[in-house]
Design a protein around this ligand. Structure first.
Ligand SMILES: *Cc1c(COP(=O)(O)O)cnc(C)c1O
Length: 387
């Protein structure tokens, strides 16, 4: 006989067998029960699919992973607590002292810092290659090169890398190609189908899409996901279940959201190209973009990100930025609401003129994350803001 205190504690727990929810519920439990020692033994031998501890695996997290694998056309996925957790899980999971990473020079700042401030302390070197060099990357591989990391389209000028050609060069040399697919989203671009080995995402952006979850993901073959799974387990980067639920919900509407992001961004880019206060527009869906041909070859839509340069330089950009009413002044991207950022005050902050030139960034640039509002309202806002 248990006392009332014990009874209160245990009453009603567990999953009712009569409840068949239409969505995978939030399994917030950190640990899972076993009926007996035999079942636990099977788990340890890898012959049971039982859950044991939520830092290793969790049903709600796995629901989000199944959606991501389906979206990217991969065999398996891992969801993490941020995009940076996905990046560090991949790099620490795949590399060892003496290895070298070849990295595109135009890459998310956090990725550069993990490579140059952490991995180098563990004996993993990084060499950066220009966008031009990626066009024929084979000769740039060294004997220790194990991973090639790049993103496409890049931030903020949306330069595109030919994924199939880089992936083929990597396959020929046994180098693992990893693509940060955050800007495109799997609706517009599926690097695995072009023979890339691993896709990384900041799921904080388009995948979740509502500016309210910080998360990341890795998608690839079962074999490569198995290689990086111990790093997620032991570095502890798994996403927690409530956020995984929100992420899975976001991914359900990814295709319809991205279709609208694409259409709105195309309309905004075409409008901006006609304005005398704008000296240049960067959007892969414009014929004027330097990588329009690569984009057309490998993307089925050109995404929600648009970058433009104000004819009035930094002063013009600041005046336009401050006059925006519907576009909100914020960093990040990929949410339902339209945002505007000034690259020299955010992603490229603190760079000198030479570094800015290398990144293809000027002081007069504004970057838009075009959301799901009416394109007419977005264009009206830009029209009244441009001075
Ligand atoms: C935001 C971002 C990241 C980092 O993701 P977090 O979710 O912020 O950790 C990596 N790559 C790109 C391209 C990003 O935009």
């Amino acid at each position: 006989m248990s006392t009332r205190d014990t009874e209160i504690l245990h009453a009603g727990e567990g999953v009712p067998s009569s409840a068949t929810p239409i969505t995978t519920p939030i399994y917030s439990a950190t640990t899972f029960t076993f009926p007996n020692a035999a079942e636990l033994e099977k788990f340890q031998q890898g012959t049971s699919t039982h859950y044991i501890y939520s830092r290793y695996a969790n049903p709600t997290v796995q629901a989000a992973e199944a959606k991501l694998a389906a979206a990217e056309g991969g065999e398996a996925a891992l969801v993490t607590g941020s995009g940076m957790a996905a990046t560090s899980t991949a790099l620490f999971g795949l590399l060892q002292a003496g290895d070298e990473v070849l990295c595109a020079s135009s890459i998310y700042g956090g990725t550069v810092q993990v490579l140059t401030q952490f991995l180098d302390r563990f004996g993993v070197a990084t060499r950066f290659v220009s966008m031009e060099a990626l066009g024929d990357v084979g000769p740039h591989f060294g004997p220790e090169t194990k991973v090639l990391w790049f993103e496409t389209p890049t931030n903020p000028t949306l330069r595109c890398v030919d994924i199939a050609s880089v992936a083929a060069a990597c396959r020929a040399k046994g180098v693992i190609s990893i693509v940060d697919n955050t800007f495109a989203s799997p609706i517009n671009q599926q690097p695995l189908a072009l023979d890339a080995d691993l896709v990384m995402h900041s799921a904080t952006k388009f995948l979740n899409g509502h500016s309210d979850v910080t998360a990341g993901a890795l998608v690839g073959s079962r074999a490569i996901i198995d290689r990086v799974t111990p790093a997620r387990k032991l570095l502890g980067g798994i996403l927690e279940p409530a956020s995984a639920y929100a992420l899975a919900r976001g991914i359900k509407t990814l295709a319809v959201r991205v279709a609208r992001h694409n259409a709105n961004a195309q309309a905004v880019a075409e409008f901006l190209e006609q304005q005398k206060q704008v000296s240049r527009v960067f959007y892969p869906g414009l014929a004027s973009h330097p990588d329009a041909a690569i984009a057309r070859k490998q993307m089925s839509g050109f995404g929600g990100m648009v970058c433009f340069e104000c004819a009035g330089g930094y002063e013009g950009a600041v005046r336009t930025f401050d006059r925006l009413k519907l576009f909100q002044r914020a960093a990040s991207l990929g949410g339902v609401e339209s945002l505007c950022s000034l690259p020299v005050l955010t992603s490229q902050y603190g760079l000198d003129d030479i570094q800015l030139a290398a990144a293809g960034v000027t002081r007069g640039m504004l970057r838009l994350s075009v959301g799901l509002e009416s394109s007419t309202d977005l264009i009206d806002d830009l029209r009244q803001a441009l001075v």
